[in-house]
Design a protein around this ligand. Structure first.
Ligand code: PGA
Length: 234
């Protein structure tokens, strides 16, 4: 079971250091769950430094497919590895919606990151109108089929209508989507979309739910730790 906190564009480096110190103390001695935080780029080094003597891993929120070059604004896998970062989220729906990420660029980022030795959380998920039109399976098949199974790859199923909206997929909806994804690429699948301490146990209890990618509730130590603790009991 993996619980990863996606901080999005929140927390400065000094906020991150304070948060990580508190999280480390709060989770000390907790077994049975892998935990990762995904700070924005400027806060990665501080998080790596504070968490160096803990079991909490640090991942980035994106990664480019080239190792270096004229790609203004991008960051490569080797740069992340050099910082001590262990992985990266790729293809989050906010990148697909606002920054032109496509299935093709997701596939390139994922392949390069895995090749460089990073762990990857590759995100997939349907829009509300796609679910309404009965296109969920088609969308997930399209997004997942560009990925290949790898022992450092994890997929996050994040129905876009459930992200930051307080609407959560029912455990049945999540379970159905996770089973479909695993039938295409057999890797662990995290659920993401308004995971909170009070719904974590139910969602994480589904047989094909292997963890969670948590946005809003990962920004406070208390709520994030409560989700990690719920996962550890399963
Ligand atoms: P949320 O975000 O938990 O705030 O819905 C999840 C995500 O975007 O990864």
């Amino acid at each position: 079971m993996l619980i990863a906190g996606n901080w999005k564009m929140y927390k400065t480096a000094s906020d991150a250091a304070d948060f990580c110190r508190a999280l480390k103390a709060r989770l000390a001695g907790l077994d049975g769950v892998d935990v990762a935080v995904c700070p924005p780029y400027p806060a990665l080094a501080a998080a790596v430094q504070v968490l160096a003597d803990s079991d909490v891993a640090v991942a980035a929120q994106n990664v480019h497919w080239e190792s270096d070059g004229a790609f203004t604004g991008e960051v490569s896998a080797s740069m992340l590895r050099d910082l001590g970062v262990y992985g990266a989220i790729v293809g989050h729906s906010e990148r697909r919606q606002h920054f032109g990420e496509t299935d093709e660029t997701v596939a390139r980022r994922v392949a390069a990151a895995l090749e460089a030795g990073l762990w990857v959380i590759a995100c997939v998920g349907e829009l509300e109108q796609e679910r309404g039109a009965g296109e969920t399976e088609e969308v997930l098949r399209r997004q997942v089929s560009v990925l290949e199974a790898h022992d450092q790859l994890v997929i996050a199923y994040e129905p876009v209508w459930a992200i930051g909206t307080g609407k959560t997929a029912t455990p049945e909806i999540a379970e159905e989507a996770h089973a479909l994804i695993k039938s295409i690429v057999d890797v662990p699948v995290l659920y993401g979309g308004s995971v909170k301490p009070d719904n974590a146990t139910e969602l994480l209890g589904q047989p094909n739910v292997d963890g969670a990618l948590v946005g809003g509730a990962s920004l406070e130590v208390e709520s994030f730790a409560a989700i990690c603790e719920a996962a550890a009991t399963l």
